[in-house]
Design a protein around this ligand. Structure first.
Ligand SMILES: *Cc1c(COP(=O)(O)O)cnc(C)c1O
Length: 349
């Protein structure tokens, strides 16, 4: 079985460094661990660093962590579907929202459950995933204020997730000024002003004033030690907390160029190859079903040349024996799929 080795101390180290870095400027870190399906072990390690809010995208994973005994403030990053609203109220302390119909439903269920659910409204500032357009914000807030089951807890923005848009000084200033304006106009206090995610790292380094921004929701930087605009390593963080280990199931000297008539492969692509003569072709027992094979890099002198649903093909400089194990570095999209797959064993070290 392929396995994912998880060095929990490295993740904890990353969380601690980032927490201290941001805290020095009055910015709290919400640790986003949707990349590891809300692993309770990882959540607990992060909580030991003094981070108090854990975020995931699926309410099932909050339920799972609570059943495991994880004690945290839980934030749901993905907008709730209407059908999951009862569970969101039951398990999540805070959810990100942009639709008034959903927020009204959250309020109804919160009242039923004898709770006030905290809502962070998402504001659209250009990345064009979730968010209320700035011109519509006041109307939404006016409908939220009378809702008995809702505490309007904050305002948030998100960048570099869908559109790949950089969080700029201009957009951060707009967020901060919007908070001033809303707090003044409605005489309310927004507790959480959440400026973004791991993509905000560079912006953070370049500023010394952050206005009202007092929170970032950080996932990839904690787990993989990188900022996410250019995937540069963040100083003093580990980028190798996760290691994928797979086993060689075939290893032969074979041509580099497939022969016969070229049609589509298993994934519907028509691949092109260059002829570099005979090479060490190594097949490993993992494929597209369990990992994004374009998002892994072997730690030996070898290159991934392709994959099908359950086979990964390497071009290795040296001969490798069947049964031997190969280690890989992984990036975020590989981590997502590996974490989610029941066919990949998770081993905490
Ligand atoms: C995934 C997500 C995050 C975390 O993003 P990273 O790039 O992993 O830091 C933050 N906010 C929202 C809304 C998200 O969906």
């Amino acid at each position: 079985m392929p396995r994912l080795e998880i060095d929990i101390n490295k993740i904890k180290h990353n969380a601690k460094i980032l927490k201290e870095l941001f805290a020095a400027k009055g910015i709290s870190v919400t640790a986003v661990i949707k990349g590891v399906t809300g692993s309770s072990e990882i959540a607990n390690a992060i909580l030991e660093c003094g981070i108090t809010t854990i975020a995931v995208s699926l309410v099932q994973n909050i339920k799972k962590m609570k059943a495991f005994g994880v004690k945290a403030n839980f934030l749901l990053t993905r907008l709730p579907t209407h059908s999951e609203v009862p569970d969101v109220v039951k398990y999540a302390d805070i959810s990100l929202n942009s639709e008034i119909s959903t927020i009204k439903l959250l309020s109804e269920h919160a009242v039923k459950q004898g709770k006030r659910h905290k809502v962070v409204l998402m504001l659209e500032l250009g990345d064009l995933r979730e968010g209320i357009l700035p011109e519509d914000l006041d109307a939404v807030i006016e409908q939220i204020i009378p809702l008995k089951g809702i505490e309007l807890y904050g305002l948030g923005v998100n960048f570099a997730c869908f559109g790949g848009i950089r969080p700029s000084e201009k957009s951060m200033t707009e967020l901060s000024q919007t908070v001033d304006r809303i707090q003044g106009k409605y005489d309310i206090k927004l507790q959480m002003v959440s400026g973004g995610n791991s993509a905000n790292y560079e912006w953070f380094l370049q500023q010394d004033k952050f206005g009202n921004i007092n929170n970032l929701r950080i996932g990839e930087a904690i787990l993989l030690g990188r900022e996410t605009l250019s995937r540069n390593k963040i100083p003093h963080l580990y980028i190798d907390a996760f290691t994928l280990i797979c086993e060689v199931i075939e290893s032969k000297l074979k041509p580099s160029l497939p022969y016969g008539e070229i049609c589509q492969n298993a994934l519907g692509e028509t691949p092109a190859f260059t002829d570099v003569g005979n090479i060490n072709r190594v097949i490993l027992g993992i494929g597209e079903q369990d990992v994004d094979t374009k998002a892994i890099t072997p730690r030996i002198n070898a290159k991934v040349i392709g994959a099908s649903s359950d086979h990964l093909i390497l071009h290795s400089k040296t001969h490798l024996e069947p049964g031997s194990e190969i280690k890989f570095d992984i990036n975020y999209s590989a981590l997502l799929r590996l974490s989610t797959s029941p066919y990949v064993k998770k081993v905490f070290i």
